[in-house]
Design a protein. Structure first.
Length: 182
């Protein structure tokens, strides 16, 4: 009986699909690159802006959302992050950029998302130039969400998710706190 169980366990491990981590986003220590986007909701609305220049050295969490993969668990992640980012570091904010969708429908969708989630510390924008995302940010199109924590104009850490939920905010907020010296 033991040999059968061992054989089944080995078979289950071999037959199980391999799940590889997805890498996406710039490496820690790199300079925050330009981020020219169309701002939809937030402190700047309905105009082109370089959010990296706007945020300069302020602690910022950049969220790059694969427009085709946005779902309720990701929305919950973003809402919890919005609620707690101010506790992690003074003058901190989130900038969420939808990548890969059609511009006009995405703008309309972002307005509806904000109306539903009522973000207070999260700006919503759409990247309109290239479906692969802005140059210099090293985004992987396989990632559903890429989160880049930045402070002082430098990348602190990047996180890439193919699935995400609100508990994943803990690691992001811990990096933000550490970067802000809290």
């Amino acid at each position: 009986m033991t040999r059968k169980l061992t054989a089944l366990a080995v078979f289950a491990l071999v037959a199980a699909p391999a799940v590889a981590d997805v890498e996406s986003g710039p490496k820690a220590g790199e300079k925050v690159e330009k981020l020219k986007v169309h701002a939809v909701v937030g402190p700047i609305e309905d105009k082109e802006v370089d959010y990296a220049a706007e945020r300069k050295d302020a602690p910022t969490v950049y969220l790059f959302v694969n427009a085709e993969k946005f779902d309720r668990p990701m929305a919950r992640f973003m809402k919890v992050l919005d609620e707690k980012v101010g506790e992690a570091a003074e003058k901190s904010a989130n900038v969420a950029v939808w990548v890969g969708g059609e511009t006009d429908p995405t703008k309309t969708r972002l307005e509806a998302i904000n109306k539903s989630l009522k973000f207070e510390k999260t700006a919503l924008a759409v990247y309109t130039t290239d479906k692969a995302g802005p140059a210099g940010w090293g985004l992987n199109t396989d990632a559903h969400l890429t989160v880049v924590v930045a402070n002082g104009g430098k990348v602190v850490k990047s996180f890439a998710y193919t699935t995400v939920n609100e508990t994943d905010t803990q690691a992001v907020l811990a990096e933000l706190k550490k970067a802000a010296g809290k």
